[in-house]
Write a protein that binds this ligand. Structure first.
Ligand code: HEC
Ligand code: HEC
Ligand code: HEC
Ligand code: HEC
Ligand code: HEC
Length: 479
């Protein structure tokens, strides 16, 4: 008997439907809508080209200078990023690393210039990372169309200009007649005054499961700052004094107070940027990066507060309770790469005889933290529930111990009963960008091994700076 043509059709239909029936345990991305998936960037392709920051800087020199020493300017060149990108390309392939590149150098991704890790033979636009024309070509976003229905993985729409090649720049204010000086036209964009602009890139989700991995925006959205209309720009695009006012008084800065600093907590990279500039004999850029370092230090020092409380049992001092308060970070403390950043408590308690009752959290000679140190971080795990620090592997978390905005965490330390009152407690909240070993591992992975010496003039990886965010000393007597 001749097989009916219907049978293969049914088989084909069943084959086609079966993935839907045995629904995969993850969210799929519509690749027709998101052609750069797993990056969720979109590009309105026209005759208009992206412009290098140096060109924008000719008419906007102050913005250029402020941006230049910032993490956005080195988002692609960042050697820690390059190291991890290189590893991701080896382990997961370029089909996956496009996700990384979509946030770390978006214009070069839509133009198809980036093929993986390394800085060789790339255009100045590609090397410029999150450059002027990335943010000011943002016409809109697709936050609600993403698989997670959240801003994630660069869900922005880039549109540098119109079909007749005219450049269109989106900015915060209503333009006047000669806005753009004939070089570009100006469009007023309320998006640019809101956290929604920053959200798409400051939310890293796993490319397969869409598990939220870095969620500064989500943390902000659930905070008193969002409820009071204080946005990312109000703390990160202003000087230290204005940032403190935004955080304390919950009033938005004046338009004239905004600056393109995008300053956060990345001390190590500001230091590396300064080293690279010094090596190149660029004194201005070196000074600029050192200023950004000082600014990040001030921001970290303003973020938290400590309080120490004695706990008595049967009239005797039994424990101390240390409260860590997030007083000025608009999101959790720490935020974003919370599985890599380290914020921890270093505490010592001594009695009246000078006997050390308890000591915890002092880094060893090579920077390692001792067991039992209280770290406020997250720990990711891969599909097999093994510990992982890599965004392409992490699908779930085994720990989340970061501190919400205007919130606190209490840590309790027991004390032995054998002690002479009064007891002196010295507590410090300390921060560094990464565990020394992890930083060294990533830096060793940069694609061009001579890169660190050629660009930064370093042979040995320096100890990552450790910052005292805040400290307190309290003398405890009997109740
Ligand atoms: C949704 C946008 C986005 C995606 C996708 C993304 N990143 Fe990032 N990445 C960021 C942001 C934003 C930061 C900065 C956060 C901070 O400073 O704490 C960052 C920081 C980093 C850092 C830390 C750099 C430093 O100097 O401390 C590394 C390393 C990194 N990313 C690697 C990757 C790799 C590898 C991938 C792809 C597997 C990736 N990123 C995907 C946005 C993204
Ligand atoms: C990460 C995104 C981002 C990058 C990168 C960026 N900007 Fe902006 N820019 C903004 C935002 C947000 C505002 C609005 C701040 C405010 O509310 O005044 C702004 C405002 C502006 C304004 C209007 C300022 C005013 O006072 O009205 C100009 C001009 C400008 N940017 C130029 C530049 C130039 C030039 C560069 C590169 C050197 C650059 N921007 C890089 C986000 C960005
Ligand atoms: C030939 C000079 C010139 C160049 C080059 C130039 N701009 Fe402008 N731009 C202006 C002038 C003039 C204004 C209006 C005054 C102001 O805001 O500084 C302006 C305004 C803006 C605004 C504010 C728009 C608003 O309504 O809030 C943004 C954003 C902006 N430019 C971004 C850029 C970016 C990004 C580049 C590079 C792609 C660039 N400009 C290159 C001259 C220029
Ligand atoms: C196109 C993607 C993109 C957009 C849009 C974006 N960022 Fe970023 N941002 C990044 C990346 C990538 C990094 C990390 C660079 C690195 O560490 O290598 C970063 C880093 C930062 C940092 C960390 C600096 C530090 O010192 O640790 C701050 C703060 C920041 N961004 C604020 C903002 C704010 C505020 C906005 C919105 C006005 C914004 N970003 C918009 C991609 C973006
Ligand atoms: C009320 C002020 C405030 C607001 C609003 C705010 N931040 Fe921050 N941010 C801080 C402070 C303070 C720090 C330094 C302490 C820390 O690392 O959390 C910081 C640090 C950061 C860092 C660097 C983290 C690291 O370890 O490298 C990033 C990235 C960042 N913020 C992004 C954002 C984004 C995106 C938004 C908006 C969704 C935002 N911030 C809103 C105050 C603020």
């Amino acid at each position: 008997m001749k097989p009916s043509p219907i049978v293969p059709l049914i088989v084909a239909t069943l084959l086609f439907l079966s993935p839907a029936i045995a629904a995969p345990p993850y969210m799929q991305t519509d690749t027709a809508f998101y052609p750069y998936a797993p990056s969720l960037l979109k590009w309105e392709k026209t005759e208009a080209e992206f412009t290098e920051p140096e060109t924008c800087g000719e008419c906007h020199p102050e913005k250029y200078e402020q941006w230049q020493g910032s993490m956005h300017a080195i988002a692609f060149k960042d050697p820690l990023y390059q190291g991890e990108l290189n590893l991701a390309a080896t382990k997961a392939g370029h089909g996956i690393t496009r996700q990384c590149e979509g946030c770390h150098t978006p214009a070069a991704v839509v133009k198809g210039e980036i093929k993986g890790a390394g800085l060789k033979d790339l255009s100045p636009l590609a090397l410029a990372g999150v450059s002027c024309d990335v943010c000011h070509s943002v016409k809109g976003h697709t936050h609600w169309e993403t698989p997670s229905h959240q801003p994630e993985n660069g869900s922005l729409v880039l549109s540098p200009g119109t079909n007749d090649g005219e450049l269109t720049k989106y900015g915060p204010a209503a333009p006047d007649e000669d806005c753009g000086d004939g070089f570009h036209t100006c469009v007023e964009s309320p998006l640019h005054t809101s956290s929604e602009l920053c959200a798409s890139c400051h939310q890293v989700f796993n490319h397969r499961t869409h598990t939220p991995l870095e969620v500064s925006y989500q943390e902000w959205r659930d905070s008193p700052y969002s409820a009071n209309n204080i946005h990312c720009q109000d703390c990160h695009m202003v000087d230290t004094k204005t940032f403190k006012r935004s955080a304390d008084e919950l009033v938005r800065p004046e338009r004239s107070e905004y600056r393109h600093y995008f300053n956060g907590a990345n001390l190590f990279l500001y230091d590396m940027t300064a080293r690279a500039a010094e090596k190149n004999g660029d004194k201005d850029l070196a000074a600029n990066a050192r200023e950004k370092y000082a600014m990040a230090l001030a921001r970290l020092k303003a973020a938290a507060e400590l309080a120490v409380f004695p706990v008595y049992r049967n009239g005797r001092l039994a424990e101390i309770r240390i409260r860590v308060k997030n007083i000025r970070a608009g999101h959790n403390l720490p935020t974003s790469l919370t599985n890599i950043r380290q914020m921890w408590l270093e505490v010592t308690a001594t009695d009246a005889d000078g006997k050390v009752l308890m000591a915890t959290g002092s880094p060893g000679p090579k920077g390692a933290l001792p067991k039992g140190t209280r770290i406020f971080n997250t720990q990711g795990q891969d599909a097999n529930l093994n510990f992982s620090i890599y965004p392409w592997e992490i699908e779930t978390f085994s720990k989340n111990d970061t501190i919400p905005p205007k919130g606190f965490r209490d840590v309790i330390y027991g004390l032995s009963m054998e002690k002479k009152i009064p007891v002196t407690v010295h507590a410090r909240l300390r921060f560094r960008q990464a565990d020394q070993e992890i930083a060294e591992k990533l830096l060793r992975l940069v694609p061009d091994p001579g890169h660190l010496e050629k660009i930064y003039g370093i042979k040995e990886i320096p100890l990552l700076p450790v910052v005292d965010m805040t400290e307190t000393t309290v003398v405890i007597n009997t109740p």
